[in-house]
Design a protein around this ligand. Sequence first.
Ligand SMILES: Cc1cc2nc3c(=O)[nH]c(=O)nc-3n(C[C@H](O)[C@H](O)[C@H](O)COP(=O)(O)OP(=O)(O)OC[C@H]3O[C@@H](n4cnc5c(N)ncnc54)[C@H](O)[C@@H]3O)c2cc1C
Length: 446
Amino acid sequence: MTNELISGWGRTQWVRSQLERASTLDEVRNVVQNAEKKLIPRGLGRSYGDAAQLSGGIAITIDEPVTDPIIADGKTTLSAGYSLDNLLRRIVPKGYFVPVTPGTRYVTLGGALASDIHGKNHHIEGTFSRHIESFAIVTPTGTQLVTENSEPDLFNATSGGMGLTGVVTDMTMKLIPIESAYIKMETARLRDLDETLSTMAGSDHKFRYSVAWIDLMARGSAMGRSVLTRGDHASLSELPPQMASDPLKYEAKALVDAPPFIPNGLLNNITVRAFNELWFRKAPTFRADEITSIASFFHPLDMVGKWNRIYGKKGFLQYQFVLPDGQEEVLRGIIERLSGLQVASFLAVLKRFGPENDGFLSFPKPGWTLALDIPITNAELGNLLDELDRIVLGAGGRIYLAKDSRMSKEVFEEMYPKLDKFKEVKARVDPNNVITSDIATRLSIC
Ligand SMILES: Cc1cc2nc3c(=O)[nH]c(=O)nc-3n(C[C@H](O)[C@H](O)[C@H](O)COP(=O)(O)OP(=O)(O)OC[C@H]3O[C@@H](n4cnc5c(N)ncnc54)[C@H](O)[C@@H]3O)c2cc1C
């Protein structure tokens, strides 16, 4: 046990917390069922805001195992403490890939289920929980093995439930078979928002993975210009000879760490506009059949360790929302507003979402999701985002809890209509509200 200052990835709200580590089921049970303080599970702290922390309480993390996973019939049962980084190093050389990966491999399986994460393939394969056959969970009232059939309510409250139903200790996951550790990728530079939206809506279904980087600093006729990258796992026959000789060789390196002290304001309108211009021009107008590694296709940000420091002491936030299909004009209005105000975001990505699942607090619904990193500047940013929240809500959209650090309780309650069902399950498995977090308090989730 240690006592530390912790925060989310955005480094905005630091709190003192007792950190507990557990490597066995008994150790988890001991912390959860004999806790003298309230507690929250914590993985690798990659949620941006206050989901994995509890001011003055306990944050419990499951140790990462050092053993190789056993794969049978394309499935594997794993500790929730496994990071995707560790897992990919062990399964890719055996010809398997995870069904859903976020934009970083430094997340745990427990964190992935609790946020019910989505990848670049939501339009085809849905969220993480859809590939989980069962999981074991320790709640303050007991330990259970949960499947969607045996305990549908607990399954759906835990998938996307931000750790508030209990500590997931392990899970059985279906894997994707792959022939190589490479992706066959297509890149297209799209000149404005119309072209971006029509290209993605018209042909994303032909690609397993798709994501557009949007230049939010571009204005006028270039507003919404983007670089769209799409692809699928390369088959053996698609590899050039030097890669085909060792097709499942997996390499994923963090090349450098960002320096610890970076002045506030390094990322401002001028630096970000210059970066975006360069990034856009560097992309090919169109290139098909390029073979690239898993790490550079899915996790380019992981090449720089601790990159969240580049936002300086004040930190940053990520604003991610989804808008249903048919609300493209609202999306255009939001992008117009952000680019008009020159909100300094160099990381803005647009993806398509497929059908919604049954997770009570799961984020995705069919339509468009835009995620943008924004440095914390001044009170005006808060006012702008409050205004955008209302617009998103009015259009039937919602904000992603794993990224949120600022939404109001009123907005949250309207955005998540299955909250009452979540609360019913929560009251059953944790009647004394032993498990809670800063986000849960802020949004009165429990
Ligand atoms: C660079 C970057 C890119 C990202 N890209 C995406 C993306 O493309 N798609 C996407 O969906 N998300 C994305 N995310 C968000 C990230 O996938 C989620 O926040 C994920 O939950 C982080 O996992 P973690 O292990 O760090 O969990 P933490 O941040 O530590 O915790 C997240 C939540 O999980 C709960 N939790 C953790 N472990 C357990 C457990 N064992 N049992 C029960 N609950 C638990 C915590 O209580 C908390 O509520 C990205 C984040 C970063 C930093």
